[in-house]
Design a protein around this ligand. Sequence first.
Ligand SMILES: Cc1ncc(COP(=O)(O)O)c(C=O)c1O
Length: 398
Amino acid sequence: MNWLHPDHRADRLAQAAADWRFPADTIYLNHGSFGPAPRSVRQARQQWQERQDEQPMQFYVRELEPAWLSAREKLATWIGARADDVAFVENATYGMNVVAQSVALEPGDEVLLNNHEYGAVRRIWRRACDQQGARLVEATLPLQVETADDLLAPLWSAVTERTRVIVISHITSATAITMPVEAIVRQAHERGILVCIDGPHAVAQLSLNLSALDADFYTASCHKWLCAPLGTGFLHVAARHHATIRPALLSWGRLLPNMPERWDEQFRWTGTRDYSPYLAVPAAIEFLESFGVEAFREATHAMARATRRELISLLQQPALVPDDPAWYGCMTEVWLPSGDWSDLQQWLRHEEGIEVPIIALEDRWAVRVSCHLYTRPLHVERLLRGLRRALDRVSRMV
Ligand SMILES: Cc1ncc(COP(=O)(O)O)c(C=O)c1O
């Protein structure tokens, strides 16, 4: 098998991989759902947690807010944003709830999603629409694309004069496709439509410049590709909407005697809880920077690309997107042959120790493989072996 890692990188990749620890019986190919943090990030989080637990008065009253601001500053620089436009929230789900509860809709207004969107996001906007008499509209985009226009044309044809918000993933979960969000934001704004981007897969997979992108709202989780601890998300709000933002969960916002005045201050104190994950976000950025962010993207895309090539060849299926980093980064998805593959995810775990999502897409199934710095050719070879066995098993049953 011809894997694309240049040899001179193998040592550095092996060194980076040593920062993760997986159980011996597990091949982990689902960083896209739950991205485990490397050792340095776990340690940074533990150190903050110990400070918090040892002397809570010192931590909560004197240290937390400056540390929150400093972690936010580092994150804002990393995502190309002004710190004042960013607030930490628990995860993308939380951020999406904030947006859906903050945007005022009139009866008859429409919120436009599409068939690639994340199920929880659909539920969040359905409730917001129902509460205000608005309509949730779902554009049907193709599952296999050749050009950006294949996605843009059906999206725009679902827009009406009542469309108030477009909600779109930066990188989709169900299909692992990088959406042409720059064009969507530009054209939506020309029509006076707000854009809310669901970005958890884009953080680290893509180089972000949220100020330049100028979406109205952008929400993401840092626990996926950035490898920050679980429970680290952010919400980016364009300055023109700061005044309308309402936290989904109301607390003090800031510790007494300070009262929140600006939108982001509402998110600093959300009740007595563990704030250590946010404060370890800088350690996650530093971890990727120490490997080299571009080198990380290049190495993991090369692995995803080689994986995709092998899967397409084994499964004999057409590609979902063109073979280009503009369409996919370190996560790739390939169709399975037609048939019922509903038990495959569990079978691969049981038979080969592989954790990989098998995703239902309309009446088909697909396998989605995530490649991070710890992903080795050997892991993908095991997946190929497992899939070969599964295909043989099915052909014997027919
Ligand atoms: C596209 C997309 N949106 C939203 C989410 C929700 O992210 P979280 O569970 O971190 O809130 C996910 C999680 O996988 C996702 O893939």
